[in-house]
Design a protein around this ligand. Structure first.
Ligand code: G3I
Length: 377
């Protein structure tokens, strides 16, 4: 064998060794590669939250709890902190479930929301029936002081006032407005701020991409700011559809609110895929309609074509969120999976809706993949 040939064989052998080593390394790194989850994927962008129901809070839904801990780093209580549940009588509070909720958040190091201090819906009867302004002011003060104080340092942010506006941006004729006058919103924020100066305070509402309502929120936030009252954020609920609101209006709203110097959170995200009776928008819980085959077109499974549409819609809206991540704190989904979304029962009871990223078996859907793909290298 001449020297050149030997040299050639040696180089060839070394080349093969290097290739094998590189392949080995590749395999190893693939084996140990971290599994991407929602909370990890968006960890440099915003929190990824989810609303949890009583079953989850009490850890009776073990698959749900596993999914919660794996995918999410923020929680909201779907119903358990609403006035009728937490303060059912003037002089009695019910903290059993909300204590468990807060403990779940603490134990898992999650950003923990309080939802919600002042809302006309799911109110206790004694509040709804009060017509005396002094008495109502006392109830309100006691409600906010007691609850915010109890969870001081444990609840990270409160939806202080929920859904106080009409679609045209004027103030809703709620019992609070009728009895206390329009200052009730300022009072609520002041009470919350003095009970816990460090907690974040939000105004939360639906249809916040509608121009008139958007202007109403801008006026409301400015009014608080002009009076030196603390408000940290606007919560855009995000009960949206496959085509509405438009991406342009979503973006305009995020900009309009962040231009005020407050953070934007998407607080109750879900995307209905079902027909909308009377082209209903938003989340006005008092509306209800009859069920029918036409209104419940996918009782067993969502067709592929709609799964693809939903995935594209989620991708498009998350692109906007990422574009504005510097002004956004959090994106929270309203429910852990399609099986327990409120949209199976609203605005028509007993339908099968598919608005979230996980299906009824807690498995990730195409929509989940499309959202994660935005962050995959
Ligand atoms: O707790 C009772 C239970 O005892 C009874 O057996 C059952 C029979 O229907 O009803 C249970 O109460 C229901 C409750 O959810 C808990 O499941 C109420 O009827 C039902 O009206 C209530 O709906 C909630 C709705 O708010 C009204 O409070 C939804 O779960 C909840 O997702 C929804 O969340 C709201 C946000 O708080 C504010 N933004 C809009 C959003 C959607 O409406």
């Amino acid at each position: 064998m001449n020297t050149n040939r030997k040299k050639g064989m040696f180089l060839c052998f070394m080349g093969i060794l290097i290739m094998l080593h590189a392949c080995g390394e590749k395999n190893t790194s693939k084996d140990t590669q971290e599994v991407l989850t929602l909370q990890k994927a968006f960890s440099n962008d915003f929190l990824i939250g989810v609303a949890i129901n009583r079953q989850l809070i009490e850890e009776r839904d073990s698959l749900g709890v596993q999914l919660l801990i794996k995918e999410f780093n923020a929680i909201s209580p779907e119903n358990e902190m609403k006035w009728m549940n937490i303060h059912p009588q003037p002089d009695s509070f019910y903290f059993d479930i909300s204590d468990k909720y807060v403990a779940l958040g603490e134990n898992n190091d999650m950003f923990t929301l309080g939802h919600t201090l002042v809302w006309h819906s799911q109110l206790a009867d004694y509040m709804a029936q009060t017509t005396d302004s002094t008495l109502m002011a006392d109830y309100l003060k006691d409600h906010i002081n007691t609850i915010v104080n109890r969870y001081k340092g444990k609840i990270d942010a409160w939806d202080v006032v929920n859904e106080a506006l009409n679609e045209d941006g004027t103030l809703r004729e709620s019992v609070f407005l009728k009895v206390l006058g329009e200052d009730y919103i300022e009072t609520a924020f002041q009470l919350a701020a003095s009970a816990d100066p460090d907690v974040k305070l939000l105004y939360n509402d639906y249809n916040l991409c509608n121009p008139e309502k958007r202007e109403g929120v801008v006026r409301l936030v400015k009014r608080l700011q002009e009076k030196g009252i603390k408000i940290d954020g606007v919560g855009m609920q995000g009960h949206w559809g496959l085509t509405q609101p438009s991406l342009a209006e979503i973006e305009k709203s995020i900009k309009a609110y962040s231009d005020l110097g407050v953070k934007v959170s998407i607080t109750e995200l879900d995307i209905t895929v079902l027909p909308n009776p009377w082209d209903l928008e938003g989340a006005e819980v008092s509306q209800n309609f009859e069920n029918s085959e036409k209104m419940n077109p996918y009782p067993d499974e969502l067709p592929d074509s709609v799964k693809i549409q939903l995935a594209q819609r989620y991708k498009d809206i998350f692109k906007i969120f990422l574009k504005h991540k510097d002004n956004m704190d959090r994106v929270t989904f309203w429910g852990i999976n399609d099986g327990n979304t409120w949209l199976n029962n609203w605005p028509i009871r007993g339908r099968s809706n598919y608005p979230l990223l996980f299906d009824r078996e807690y498995l990730p859907k195409k929509a989940y993949d499309s959202v994660l793909a935005l962050k995959a290298n």
